[in-house]
Design a protein around this ligand. Structure first.
Ligand code: URA
Length: 237
């Protein structure tokens, strides 16, 4: 890879700024200052130091966020804060985007990455990646609802859902449940409950494929995936 490309990928400014940086001798490759942007480097094996700081090159970024309510799962929005706004600017060079959407009033697990292939793999309807939600429902959720979700329900637009696995944690005036689905239609969980005459009053995603929400992350907090989490996710385990 060209040295100027690597520096650009790592956020070292515009072409002009990079030229200046290189010219100043601030970029050192394997102990030697290199002033030519077109010089070839191996980003994973060569040691590249800029202003005395070693560059840890990577192409992709994988961030696990505990999305709070009130922010939009998008990269930009004219009116509202987005999940990208919650990340420090250092990450912007990677151009991360959310993998799928959570509604503005939904909390919980959201993966942000710039890895289009992994995103596609997790969202493709053909892959049937399970997503589990914790929800609070106005009214009593019963075994009839478990059966209905198992058979698939008809949404307001006529769409027949694939089977969903409903687990009742408590059933009262407000019921607490977990629902696992393998699809991601717009407002799917809310609309599935609507289909059985009930209303979701609180919704939180707790897992997506092998990835689970880290309980140590407060709302609005995030961390990068561990190598093991990424490996399992990529291998669809
Ligand atoms: N289902 C919904 O209704 N909303 C979400 O945010 C996610 C799944």
């Amino acid at each position: 890879m060209r040295l100027d490309k690597l520096l650009a990928n790592m956020g070292y400014g515009s072409r002009k700024e990079m030229k200046k940086l290189l010219k100043s001798g601030a970029v050192v490759v394997n102990g030697e200052p290199v002033k030519e942007g077109k010089a070839k480097v191996d980003p994973f094996n060569d040691e590249v130091v800029v202003n005395g700081e070693k560059i840890e090159y990577r192409e992709f970024i994988y961030i696990l966020m505990n999305k709070p309510q009130g922010v939009i799962s998008a990269t930009e929005d004219r009116q509202h804060e987005t999940v990208i706004d919650l990340l420090p600017v250092d990450y912007s060079v990677f151009e991360p985007f959310p993998v799928g959407r959570l509604d503005k009033d939904t909390e919980g697990l959201l993966l942000l990455t710039n890895d289009g292939q992994l995103s596609h793999q997790l969202l493709s309807p053909k892959k049937h990646v399970p997503k589990t939600y914790y929800a609070e429902i106005d009214g009593k959720v019963t075994d009839l609802d478990i059966q209905a979700f198992k058979n698939g329900v008809t949404l307001d637009d006529g769409y027949e859902t694939k089977p969903g696995e409903l687990v009742i944690l408590s059933s009262d005036e407000i019921s607490r449940i977990e629902l696992t689905i393998t699809e991601g239609k717009f407002h799917q969980v809310k609309r599935m409950f609507q289909a059985v005459g009930k209303e979701v009053t609180f919704l939180k995603r707790i897992s997506m494929g092998s990835l689970t929400l880290d309980p140590s992350l407060n709302l609005g907090e995030f961390r990068e995936l561990t190598a093991e989490e990424l490996d399992r996710l990529q291998n669809n385990e």
